[in-house]
Design a protein around this ligand. Sequence first.
Ligand code: ADP
Length: 233
Amino acid sequence: MLTCRDVSLSYGGRTVVENVSFSVERGDYFCVVGENGSGKTTLMKGILGLLPLSGGRIEFQGVKRTEIGYLPQQTVVQRDFPASVREVVLSGRLNRCGLLPFYTRRDRACANDNLERLGISSEAGKSYRDLSGGQQQRVLLARALCAADKLLMLDEPVAGLDPVMASELYALLEKLNRDGMTLVVISHDLKSAVSYGKKILHMRRGALFCGSTDDYAKTDLYRFMSGMGGDGA
Ligand code: ADP
């Protein structure tokens, strides 16, 4: 669905992603791992077109850039966002509204379908900021699914969740993937990435490893980094 060829990205002349090449195929559960500051989020923003590339190119097959659903890392301010759950999920359709931000019947049906799919229909009328962290992530996932139904990119989706909520979210992601959704998931938790992902890209500015999860689990890199507590930090 997408191929990065020698992609580089920089901030004010400082290169933070250098010559990274990989492909994501339809149906993949593709994990991007690496220590904090290794360039994972920057790479994702480059793929989404939120940052210009300083080198290389990205090709899309069967999906347009605007058809990628994105779940960014949540900020403290977003956790306190004063809107209803339904409004947050519906806002995933804004990129389809054209010049006038009016929701159609189809937009509302899509929001309802995704609320149902993620088991949060009963929360639709509640205020987003009153939900638990795990439920908020479900709402944001439903929002991303309203924006796109082929490829989802998630940046540290379990950050800040307790272990039970985190494993529920992982189970949900696995189900979405089984149902055909292609996932690209940033995580600094190597062990979870290895148990859930099908492919791994391990970054440290460049790509230290890119390939199947099974092959990655046999590398000294994985053994060393996971022995250091997951992110090697
Ligand atoms: P990761 O997602 O792996 O934690 P990031 O992509 O967020 O890493 O950051 C990679 C590097 O780029 C870090 O050194 C970070 O400080 C730097 N960086 C991130 N965002 C910006 C920005 N907006 N301006 C300047 N430098 C940035």
